[in-house]
Write a protein that binds this ligand. Structure first.
Ligand SMILES: [Mn+2]
Length: 198
């Protein structure tokens, strides 16, 4: 077993103060406090289904709206993944998952490529889930992909309930990442690329 695949990232701005601690080889134990109940629910689901131990403490400017809190938490979570996987050495690199949730089916495919990209084919049936603006989910996934150095394709194949559409997306991303970050003995500990580096 190589070194612990963990990261701790702190980011403080005038808009948000964030600390993320991540252990890729955890058991899905989470401690999430963002000040937004529904977002906590999504991130707890992400940690649990990814098998990641994840602590996220965000204090954002929620008196304005949820945008900075959601996006900046995605930035720092992405940075934590990049930090825990220097050069993406030794990992499977690709992962994908289909996650059904009642009437909804969502698919996610990821490539830990250091070529960040987001393909977002997710349509919500409602503009809000409680107080949460559903348009902010794209902001999270975009921020995560850009900062993790991941190519992420997320698509809701069908679905009606906005809670299920959102949650199946977080679960699908988590399950795809769980596979992609697994150590692959065939890599010999090197970056899985014909270029020799990612
Ligand atoms: Mn739920």
């Amino acid at each position: 077993m190589s070194a612990a695949r963990t990261a701790e990232v702190v980011r403080n701005t005038k808009e948000t103060r964030i600390r993320v601690a991540l252990n890729l080889d955890g058991v899905g134990a989470t401690e999430i406090r963002t000040g937004i109940g529904f977002y906590d629910h999504m991130l707890e689901s992400f940690g649990r289904h990814g098998g990641f131990d994840l602590q996220i403490h965000t204090e954002g400017d929620l008196h304005i709206d949820m945008h900075h809190t959601v996006e900046d938490t995605g930035i720092v979570l992405g940075q934590a993944f990049a930090q825990a996987l220097p050069g993406f050495k030794g990992v499977r690199r690709f992962g994908h998952a289909y996650v059904p949730m009642d009437e909804t089916l969502t698919r996610c495919a990821v490539d830990l490529s250091n070529r960040p990209y987001l393909v977002w084919k997710v349509a919500f049936t409602r503009p809000k889930i409680g107080e949460f603006d559903t348009e902010l989910f794209k902001e999270f996934h975009q921020a995560f992909a850009m900062n993790a150095g991941a190519c992420v394709h997320l698509e809701t194949l069908y679905g009606e309930n906005s809670h299920h559409i959102a949650e199946s997306g977080f679960k699908a991303l988590a399950r795809a990442l769980r596979t992609a970050v697994e150590l692959d003995p065939k890599t010999g500990g090197q970056a899985p690329s014909t270029k020799g580096v990612l």
